[in-house]
Design a protein around this ligand. Structure first.
Ligand SMILES: *Cc1c(COP(=O)(O)O)cnc(C)c1O
Length: 365
């Protein structure tokens, strides 16, 4: 009899995400207002699109396994050496490498309960276990409790997204400095900065290269290249040496390398996306006020709206889907009483607003 490896066989069947494509098939819909995955509604920079188009015929070639041109550009952006940068197929990929590299089978990691699920997915997949720490009731990560748990269980990794998903919360530079300094000396701090582009550089942790620190960035959010799958990690030469032993040499899409390099040259486009995203968040806050609902402060491209309880939130998400509007909701308390909507273009926001007004009448508190 053929059996999977025991460690894999023992895993529960789990899908961290159900994609909108499956929902469309199930609903028999050709189109959805896509506000569920924090994709950019503003697309990639036209300069990036032109660069990828011009190179399309060379998709017959593998990409540069060193991603050197892109790493050179990222090194300039981050004031480091290209040796401090490793490019992968999105944060999801480099996060998996961090877990595989540092969490031994049976090992521990610490993270907030209900935060970005791919982290725990990797930890389980590589035979480790996540010790979860509840968010505070206001929906912010409980930084003090994360530190306390880290000292109690001495995990291989502490994971934190900042700005956070799904809450949208943001801890400014000083607070992250204190958090990092308070972690145990032998714990790797995996700092997921998927939404870093929506805040100012001066608000983020300053460029810091320690063996205890692993920062991850992506082109999926503000740069609008989620489908291209490209992101990177910033860390020390020694840590990158570890990742070099296990990464896929040809795991990065050649077109993604070209698009990422090109969009780094289009600061103007990114600034417009960030500005329009802030406008969209304000619009969602005004919508919530109109509907007498609270919103959580967000520094990302999405907003959590508190609808009172988890059952109501689940029903609202389902009813919106019937009206062709796809959003998600956080899965764990206390955030599960919220719905989470990505910032869309103005017409997408208007469609969401109208559908939400209609749905709330049918799903009373
Ligand atoms: C969207 C998101 C990611 C995924 O990034 P990719 O580069 O597309 O893999 C990772 N972390 C957080 C917190 C996210 O919201």
């Amino acid at each position: 009899m053929i059996r999977p490896a025991p460690s894999i066989d023992a895993l529960p069947a789990a899908t961290p995400f159900i994609g909108p494509e499956r929902l469309m098939r199930e609903q028999g819909r050709g189109e959805l207002v896509r506000l569920g995955a924090n994709e950019s509604a503003f697309g990639p920079s036209p300069i990036a699109v032109a660069a990828m188009r011009a190179e399309m015929d060379r998709v017959a070639w593998y990409g540069d396994p060193d991603s050197l041109e892109l790493r050179d550009a990222l090194a300039i952006k981050h004031g480091c050496s290209p040796e401090n940068v490793l490019v992968g197929a999105g944060i999801d990929d480099v996060m998996g490498l961090a877990v595989r590299g540092w969490v031994a089978p049976g090992g521990l990691a610490v993270a907030s309960r209900g935060t970005y699920p791919t982290f725990e997915y990797h930890v389980r997949g590589y035979g480790g276990r996540v010790e979860r720490v509840d968010y505070r009731d206001d929906g912010t990560p409980d930084y003090q409790a994360l530190i306390a748990r880290a000292h109690a269980v001495k995990p291989a990794i502490v994971y934190l997204a900042n700005p956070d998903n799904p809450s949208g919360a943001f801890a400014p530079r000083k607070q992250i400095e204190r958090f990092y300094a308070a972690l145990p000396d032998d714990t790797l701090f995996v700092l997921d900065e998927a939404y870093a582009d929506f805040v100012e550089d001066e608000e983020l942790l300053a460029p810091t290269f320690d063996d205890r620190l692993f920062r991850m960035r992506t082109f999926s959010k503000a740069y609008g290249m989620a489908g291209a799958r490209i992101g990177y990690v910033l860390t020390t030469l020694q840590n990158i040496g570890t990742l070099q032993k296990i990464r896929l040499q040809y795991g990065v899409n050649r077109n993604a390398q070209i698009g990422a390099l090109a969009c780094l040259r289009d600061d103007e486009f990114k600034r417009r996306v960030v500005t329009e995203t802030a406008r969209g968040r304000d619009e969602y806050a005004a919508l919530a006020r109109e509907l007498e609902l609270a919103v959580l402060p967000s520094r990302t491209n999405f907003v959590c709206i508190d609808v009172g309880d988890a059952t109501r939130a689940t029903r609202i998400v389902a009813e919106l889907l019937k009206r062709g509007v796809w959003i998600r909701k956080p899965g764990a308390p206390p955030l599960d009483r919220c719905i989470r909507a990505s910032v869309g273009t103005a017409p997408m926001r208007a469609a969401f607003a109208q559908a939400l007004r209609d749905v709330l009448v049918e799903v009373p508190a």
